[in-house]
Design a protein around this ligand. Structure first.
Ligand code: ADP
Ligand code: MG
Length: 461
């Protein structure tokens, strides 16, 4: 590189550059050197590098030698006095431009970088890095805080949603219960009213049957006597007696009276059951015979048990009542539970009837794969478990409850029945009555397509 080439190249660069030879003569410089040292260009060019720098000559010479003989950039340091007398500390990078020979000296390019600036840059860089680090840390923390807050929020929203769903369920159940208890109470009122209305005339009829018996007997005696005392007319009377079939009437009249007695007795017992069922007088806590409640419930449902329209077979009801003490409870509410559970049992059996289960096994009790196919049956057992608890089981051999639905049956409005038939409220309300109002337990066990048992446990007191 010639000094001219150096100038052309160094002019455009912002850092201080010097072209020196291996003897330390300064051949050329660029403007930044003038600016940084405070001397004029001429003043600098008149000096050697040894005059400019404060280091001992030997040290500078060996540095220049190293630069001249190395193929790579050689780092060094030079202290140079500013025109104002202050010493500036430079880092220097020296590179050979043309190697020395016998004819000419080696040319070396020196690039200066003031230590102070470098330090400041270094400090600035460090600062910047630190700041960036802090910023990154801050952002990380903010992100963590944000995701934590998000999680908390999500959790809270979830909790809130669950709480809302629960409240909604409770409200729906309360509403359903209100409707149901309203219905039950009006049904109870109607039943009680009807029972009362029937009771008077039936007592009237029943009470008069013995008198009627007596009167008829007296009349018949009278006719006999008439025959005895008026033998002349007897053949005529005999004629009428035969024509009017009096002998048959006499015999049949007793039968008629007997069936009237039986019928009215039956009506009386039905009225009694209806009164038990409605128990309008017993909306409050009472001590009652549970069996009476179950019996009156069965009576209320007898139309469903009897088999209808040739479509449904009769459902056998097996009662296995144990010895039960009187139970302190809300009798009308317990009756409501019995109705719900027994109605469900009948529905389950009817579902199985529709599916053709019993049609295939024409004679019941056929042994299929060691399984006894029983006729449609509802079995009701009662036991006292111990001194404090009693248990009522209602088992049906109907469709059963599919396993995946078993955790839903107590949910309000859960039903598998068609619209109009199921409300999905029966078990939800029963659960409320048994568990919440009687401190009891309501549970079930079901084998799909085979049987279901609902178990009611209530404390005696
Ligand atoms: N004995 C039973 N056998 C089979 N399924 C039953 C029985 N009892 C209740 N279930 C099921 O539980 C559901 C809910 O019963 P419930 O609350 O009484 O409402 P609903 O009878 O109006 O459907 C029924 O739809 C039925 O699927
Ligand atoms: Mg039901």
């Amino acid at each position: 590189m010639t000094p001219e080439q150096f100038i052309a190249f160094a002019r455009v660069l912002p850092e201080p550059l010097l072209l020196v030879n291996s003897k330390g003569e300064i051949l050329e410089i660029n403007k930044p050197v003038v600016d940084i040292l405070g001397f004029s260009r001429q003043e600098i060019l008149e000096k050697t590098i040894f005059e400019l720098a404060t280091e001992p000559e030997s040290k500078i010479t060996s540095y220049l030698k190293a630069c001249a003989s190395s193929r790579t950039m050689v780092l060094g340091s030079l202290n140079i006095n500013h025109s104002n007398g202050k010493t500036l500390v430079f880092r220097s990078q020296g590179a050979v431009v043309s190697p020395g020979s016998k004819e000419c000296l080696a040319l070396i390019l020196l690039r200066l970088e003031e230590r102070k600036n470098a330090n400041i840059n270094f400090i600035l860089l460090n600062k910047k890095i630190e700041e960036l680090g802090r910023e990154i840390q801050r952002r990380k923390e903010a992100e963590t805080a944000l995701s934590k807050a998000n999680q908390e929020l999500e959790l809270r929203v979830e909790e809130r949603t669950i709480a809302l769903i629960e409240t909604l369920n409770e409200l729906q159940l309360t509403q359903a219960q209100l409707i149901q208890s309203e219905k039950m109470s009006s049904l109870g009122q109607i039943v009680a009213g009807v029972a009362h209305e029937i009771n008077n005339p039936i007592n009237f009829i029943y009470g008069n049957i013995p008198h009627l018996e007596n009167y008829i007997k007296t009349l018949l005696d009278f006719i006999e006597k008439h025959c005895e005392y008026e033998p002349d007319n007897c053949s005529e009377l005999q004629y009428f007696r035969e024509m009017m079939d009096i002998d048959f009437i006499v015999k049949d009249i007793n039968k008629i009276l007997g069936s009237m007695k039986f019928g009215t007795q039956r009506i009386q017992s039905i009225v009694q059951l209806l009164r038990n069922f409605s128990r309008m007088d017993e909306a409050e806590f009472k001590t009652v015979d549970i069996h009476e409640g179950i019996d009156s419930t069965l009576m209320m449902l007898s139309h469903r048990l009897q088999g209808r329209h040739y479509q449904y077979p009769e459902i056998m009801v097996i009662k296995k009542y144990g010895e039960l003490p009187f139970i302190s409870c809300y009798p009308s509410k317990l009756n409501q539970v019995f109705i719900n559970v027994i109605n469900n049992a009948i529905d389950a059996i009817e579902d199985l009837v529709i599916s053709g289960h019993w049609a295939k096994t024409k004679s019941p009790d056929i042994n299929i794969e060691n399984q006894q196919v029983q006729p449609p049956t509802i079995c009701i057992t009662t036991n006292s478990i111990d001194d404090n608890w009693i248990e009522i089981n209602v088992t049906d051999n109907g469709v059963g409850i599919e396993e995946h639905l078993q955790n839903q049956v107590f949910n309000p409005f859960f039903t598998t029945k068609p619209v109009g038939k199921g409300t999905g409220l029966g078990l939800a309300i029963s659960y409320q009555i048994i568990v919440k109002e009687h401190n009891g337990h309501l549970s079930f066990h079901s084998i799909p397509k085979q049987k279901t048992t609902f178990t009611i446990k209530i404390p005696i007191k």
